[in-house]
Design a protein around this ligand. Structure first.
Ligand SMILES: [Fe+2]
Length: 284
């Protein structure tokens, strides 16, 4: 598989709040290619309430779009999936033909804004019990969840896979999302970084290169490969992904907004730093 792999995008034309036209979608693919993306999963929003008609519409539009991409001579490997809005009947929706990503077992989900449902863990357990591998999209952007990093950690320990957005790492969704994304990254919690591209300007594919540079700066080359290539490629091949570890940040690497060292101290010191970070998040 050549190039990077992006498992979260809204470049399927005129089906959701992403690209409104074939013209823009083709232009978006050109940008994705320029960012080194060789394989792309199109993940339009799919709400259980939309029903199977909407899902069918996505498949028809995908066939038309692939034809347009071929005719335009754009060489990119395209797959179809969905970004499923969290609900308690997720296994039913995941079983729809595009309810899972690229015909595999991975399922991209996102949470509604507002309080985190007390039934969240049970709902993901049911999805896993049905044989799927659920991915939580951009938890750093969820206001309530970003205040509870310990809950993100607990979900991760229950095998919920974590995808963060390239734009979050670059501050495009505000300071809280950026801080949370960096914390998640440095703890080794994310399994994927995706563009979540919606258009050419506000939420474009063109953030991917800069996000890779930021990951390189914070965590090193191996993590860039794991998050932008190796793990997303496993979504396409339906293989086991590689979970992360806390980043062995170089002592010479300056922190962007504070100068605390992340690693190299005693376990006690690291525990104290971790608690301090969570407290700072919770105070906001
Ligand atoms: Fe999305």
């Amino acid at each position: 598989m050549t190039g990077y792999v992006d498992i979260h995008s809204h470049a399927l034309p005129a089906v959701d709040d992403g690209s409104p036209s074939f013209e823009m979608s083709l232009a978006m693919l050109e940008v994705a290619l320029s960012q080194g993306v060789g394989t792309l999963v199109l993940t339009p929003h799919l709400r259980p309430i939309d029903g199977t008609d909407k899902e069918e519409e996505h498949r028809e539009r995908f066939a038309e779009f692939k034809q347009a991409v071929r005719e335009a001579g754009i060489e990119i490997d395209l797959h179809l999936g969905s970004e499923i809005a969290f609900r308690f009947n997720m296994p039913e929706v995941a079983a729809w033909p595009t309810g899972h990503l690229a015909d595999g077992r991975f399922v991209l989900t996102d949470l509604p804004p507002g309080p985190v449902s007390p039934g969240l863990e049970q709902a993901y357990f049911e999805l896993r019990s049905a044989g799927y591998k659920p991915i939580l999209a951009h938890p750093e952007r969820h206001r309530e969840l970003s205040k509870q990093p310990e809950q993100i950690e607990r979900l991760r320990e229950q095998d919920l896979l974590i995808q963060i957005n390239a734009g979050s790492l670059l501050g495009h969704f505000g300071r809280r999302a950026q801080d949370t994304a960096e914390m998640i990254l440095e703890r080794g919690w994310p399994d994927f970084i995706g563009s979540d591209a919606h258009d050419l300007e506000k939420r474009p594919f063109s953030l991917l290169k800069k996000a890779r540079e930021r990951v390189l700066q914070l965590c090193g080359e191996a993590e860039v490969d794991r998050l932008f290539h190796r793990n997303p490629a496993c979504v396409i091949s339906d293989d086991e992904i590689l979970r992360g570890e806390e980043s062995p940040r170089s002592p010479a690497e300056p922190r962007r907004r504070n100068n605390s060292s992340r690693r190299g101290g005693s376990g006690k010191r690291r525990k104290k730093e971790k608690a301090g970070f969570f407290q700072r998040l919770l105070r906001r």
